[in-house]
Design a protein around this ligand. Structure first.
Ligand code: ZN
Length: 120
């Protein structure tokens, strides 16, 4: 698996035209635990052929050590914030969609909508 380092975002598994690679923010190496866990996470994505795997994402949210390091990383590295955009540009210049972020956005919109219309 080819791993490319970048200066922004966190990490992504990108696939297209039969090739897949991992892009990871080089500054994440300052947090060895988060770095290895994130790399492991992206490798798991590659094994599921890039198919959206909700369990992989949930596993990250229950790892408090990982959450803490990623939180510290994101507040000290503002360039990582573009990870939370639903569309991002890969190092090879094409665009990738983040389905997890899209799902979270849809859930937030549904929640806000339900509150506005008094359902909850
Ligand atoms: Zn993921």
């Amino acid at each position: 698996m080819q791993v490319y380092f970048k200066e922004n975002g966190l990490a992504d598994f990108v696939s297209g035209n039969g090739v897949g690679w991992i892009e990871i923010n080089r500054n994440l190496k300052k947090y060895p635990y988060a770095y290895s866990k994130t790399l492991e996470h992206e490798i798991s994505h590659s094994k599921s052929n890039g198919v959206f795997d909700i369990w992989l994402e949930i596993k990250q949210f229950i790892d408090l050590k990982l959450i803490k390091q990623l939180f510290l990383f994101t507040i000290t590295h503002p360039k990582s914030w573009n990870q939370f955009s639903p569309i991002s540009k890969t190092i090879k210049g094409n665009y990738s969609l983040n389905f997890f972020i899209m799902l979270v956005m849809v859930m937030v919109l549904m929640f806000v909508g339900a509150m506005v219309y008094g359902v909850i």
